[in-house]
Write a protein that binds this ligand. Structure first.
Ligand code: SF4
Ligand code: SF4
Length: 154
């Protein structure tokens, strides 16, 4: 009898406790601020320095640039920028080295697909992946501090 009452007590307690389950995917799951999710890429801020591709441990970034069509401006502009999310490990290194914050992490994580081909994301897709940008990077689009750009807190 004592065991039965004890069991009922546990049941009643859990019935009134705050729910920790969510109705995902009906309700979006909000990830923590420091979550490293799928990158957002801002073409206008890229100076085609290639540092992100060089530092990437899985070599999943490919990019090409072309000379700036504006004769008054030096340097290059980005032409293509692709990330292969089959092998990207979302390690954050590409965003850490980027001097202009042209590539930043978001809190987005949904990449599931039936086809591997769908995991190759191009410049337009990465540009449009602009929701839930990580709070650390909420100054994106702001003027950069000097040639090297604004330095992020690590
Ligand atoms: S997050 Fe890491 S693995 Fe993915 S593209 Fe950036 S550097 Fe490469
Ligand atoms: S590190 Fe930044 S600026 Fe340099 S190529 Fe990559 S995204 Fe562009």
């Amino acid at each position: 009898m004592k065991g039965l009452l004890k069991g009922l007590g546990v049941t009643l307690k859990s019935m009134t406790a705050k729910k920790i389950t969510t109705s995902y995917p009906d309700e979006p799951f909000v990830m923590p601020d420091r979550f490293r999710g799928i990158q957002h890429f801002i073409p206008d801020q890229c100076i085609v320095c290639n540092q992100c591709a060089r530092v990437c441990p899985t070599e999943c970034i490919t990019l090409t640039g072309k000379p700036n069509p504006d004769p008054e401006k030096k340097g290059k502009v980005i032409e293509t920028f692709d990330i292969n999310f089959e092998i990207c490990i979302l390690c954050d290194l590409c965003t850490e080295v980027c001097p202009t914050e042209a590539i930043v992490m978001t809190n987005n994580f949904e990449l599931a697909s039936y086809s591997r081909d769908d995991l190759y994301m191009d410049i337009n897709w990465l540009d449009s992946n602009n929701k839930n940008v990580r709070k650390d990077n909420n100054n994106i689009g702001a003027p950069q501090a000097g040639k090297g750009g604004a330095k992020k807190d690590v």
